[in-house]
Design a protein around this ligand. Structure first.
Ligand code: GLU
Length: 325
């Protein structure tokens, strides 16, 4: 991650208040860009209407500001690549699908997850489902198949993965090689119910917004190879990637509803100090020895990606008490 001024982004799904895990990714993404005088973009990933909580984006942005973050472009602020809400960017996703269809990389699919699950003997990939079998692709497609799809075509659209193993360098995890044909196979880009897939929208938006580095949570590491293939198929430049550790409980498990620490909003309302939260996050990212209070600004001033370890970070059960000022 060097060279010209970077462009980074934070792209939360508006499904609830910011929590500690998302704040960790936000701190890393923001400090990485701010430490090198780059541009930071806030994007609302509200593709899935029914799951989106209407007041979430405003609450998330308010809590991020309270933690000490700022951004150059985003909802409400505008910017050269507005709008910054995915629900207002469907034309771009349609255009990308058109481009992929014209290049022979897209096909209509009427198989269900149930069909896939029924392939019980096949090895299961990252999604817990076997990879989409190439034999299920249509053997022939009419030249105008894409143009003649109606508004609600009752089929999913899948990206055809013909590529061999893909390799990318992750700034935290290191070099990763994945053969997407064996892990997930052909990728859904638009669901049968008409919702654009995250994999498509994230790639189209990162390209359109000139994002040069993607810093986000480890849970998205296994989406990255698919995204690299899509970027290549769309003729874009692959950004630098860095996936920051997940937060886990004492048993080493992903935080559940039961042991998840209070949201940033709740911490704020209970009288926590933003510097206490940022200090703990900076410690979790290996930026400081302990977890003494820090401002986001101070973390950016000495930011060093090479100090971030990929291992999951334990969240102590009494974490909220430590944040009290
Ligand atoms: N919207 C995704 C999430 O909230 C993040 C997407 C990304 O950073 O690529 O998990």
């Amino acid at each position: 991650m060097s060279g010209a001024a970077p462009v980074g982004r934070f792209a939360p799904s508006p499904t609830g208040d910011l929590h500690l895990g998302s704040a960790l990714a936000l701190l890393a993404a923001w400090a990485s860009v701010r430490s090198r005088g780059g541009t930071f973009v806030w994007r609302v990933e509200d593709l899935d209407g029914p799951r989106a909580v209407p007041e979430s984006p405003e609450r998330q942005m308010a809590d991020a500001r309270w933690l000490g973050f700022d951004w150059d472009h985003g909802p409400g602020l505008g910017g050269p690549d507005a709008p910054y809400r995915q629900s207002e960017r469907f034309e771009l996703y349609d255009e990308a699908l058109r481009q992929l269809a014209a290049a022979g990389r897209l096909f209509p699919c009427r198989r269900s997850r149930k069909d896939l699950r029924a392939l019980a003997s096949a090895p299961h990939g990252a999604s817990g489902l076997p990879p989409y079998p190439a034999r299920w692709r249509p053997s022939e497609l009419a030249p105008d198949w894409f143009a003649s799809l109606g508004e609600r075509p009752d089929c999913a659209l899948r990206f055809r993965v013909d590529d061999g193993p893909v390799t990318f360098a992750d700034g935290v995890v290191g070099r990763i090689t994945e053969d997407v044909r064996e892990t997930t196979g052909d990728v859904v880009l638009k669901r049968r119910d008409g919702v654009f897939a995250y994999q498509l929208a994230v790639v189209v938006d990162d390209l359109a917004m000139g994002v040069t580095e993607v810093v986000r949570g480890m849970d998205l590491l296994d989406s990255t190879a698919r995204q690299v293939l899509l970027i290549r198929a769309l003729g874009g430049t692959v950004p630098a990637y860095a996936h920051v550790p997940l937060l886990v409980n004492a048993e080493g498990e992903k935080l559940s509803k039961r042991d998840r620490p209070p949201s940033i909003r709740e911490l704020r309302e209970r009288g926590s100090a933003p510097e206490a939260i940022i200090g703990w996050l900076a410690g979790a990212l290996g930026q400081i020895g302990g977890s003494a209070p820090r401002t986001a600004e101070a973390v950016a001033a000495t930011w060093d990606l090479t100090r971030v370890r990929p291992d999951p970070v334990l969240v102590p059960a009494d974490i909220a008490d430590r944040f009290m000022s």
